[in-house]
Design a protein around this ligand. Structure first.
Ligand code: PMV
Length: 317
């Protein structure tokens, strides 16, 4: 049996992070330039029902039997077994790798789970729909994030720009005009689980202050939906600034994020904000044209450890 290979992209949240955990809408897009891959290599001889996992990016080289059952890879495999009604896998090696920055708000955990679910279910001859894959990956996301909204697994499994509200039908955005985005990494590792917990604590202590902030962020995402479809970059830029100020009130920005945001705006970006959990990780800037060179250089000069550009193209639904 030949090796089977599957791939899943990174993602970036454009609007609505954190508020999305409280049932407000958010917008996210896949980022195809970075991705996770999983290769299933059938064991040719010897050991019976042995599953070996190699993930060189995180220095993991281990038998499944030796992994804690709460480990995300163990949970991913268990989700697959449940979904296809099997109690064990045949002998195989899983080779997992990723170019998505880890703990940086680009969906690396969801992408790894999704590439692995895809590779295993294809290998077993039981491919699943994007919706089914997203649901399985959501269970894995709970380990990483505690109380995830589900936006990461959804956008990565469907590989489409989405207007996402937890528990509501999800809209795939039909883009009419391209927009150009620059994503810059602060180099500061961040834990989404921790930032979500910090925001949860704030809103539990003072719901009268924080619930209106979530609602305002939700309104921004709602307005941004149409602006993104039609490529109204001036409005998008303004909404990014408004969203960033509300995220600052949620205490999830950081001095380095603020510095990169201000560098991007000075270099001509029409808008900039943090993206994802915050307190580190990535920020995004909206470029006025396809030529993003000056914004990229300014971000690197201001201390970004990595810059990725992505275009949201017309017809991407
Ligand atoms: O981009 P990430 O993986 O850091 O996700 C963060 C998005 C949050 O809204 C903060 C949490 C969530 O589950 O939606």
């Amino acid at each position: 049996m030949p090796a089977i290979y599957a791939k899943a992209p990174g993602k970036i949240i454009l609007f609505g992070e954190h508020a999305v955990v409280y049932a407000q809408p958010a917008i996210a897009i896949p980022v195809n330039k970075v991705y996770a891959t999983t290769r299933v290599i059938p064991e040719v001889a010897g050991r019976k029902n042995q599953v070996h996992i190699k993930a060189p990016d995180i220095q993991l080289d281990v038998d499944l039997a030796d992994l804690d059952e709460e480990h995300p890879f163990a949970v991913t495999i268990q989700q697959v077994l449940n979904a296809v009604n099997l109690d064990h896998l045949p002998s195989l090696t899983l080779l997992i790798s990723s170019t998505i920055p880890i703990a940086a708000g680009m969906g690396s955990s969801a992408a790894i789970a999704i590439a692995t679910i895809r590779a295993l279910t294809d290998f077993l001859g039981k491919p699943l729909t994007a919706g089914e894959i997203s649901s399985l990956a959501f269970e894995v996301e709970k380990i990483h994030h505690g109380t995830p909204s589900g936006i990461d697994n959804y956008v990565i499994a469907h590989q489409k720009p989405v207007f996402f509200t937890h528990g509501k039908p999800i809209e795939h955005l039909e883009i009419q005009q391209p927009t150009h985005w620059v994503i810059a990494d602060t180099g500061e590792k961040t834990s989404t689980k921790d930032t979500v917990a910090a925001v949860r604590k704030l809103q539990a202590l003072d719901p009268e202050t924080y619930h209106p902030i979530f609602e305002q962020i939700g309104e921004i995402a709602f307005t941004a939906r149409q602006a993104l479809i039609t490529g109204n970059i001036d409005l998008l830029g303004q909404l990014m600034g408004d969203n960033q100020r509300l995220l600052e009130q949620l205490t999830v920005s950081s001095p380095k994020l603020d510095k990169l945001i201000s560098a991007a705006l000075t270099a001509g970006a029409v808008g900039a904000k943090l993206s994802g959990g915050g307190r580190g990780g990535n920020m995004i800037a909206l470029a006025p044209t396809q030529n993003t060179q000056s914004i990229e250089s300014a971000l690197l000069e201001a201390g970004a450890t990595r810059v990725i550009t992505t275009t949201l193209n017309k017809g991407e639904t």
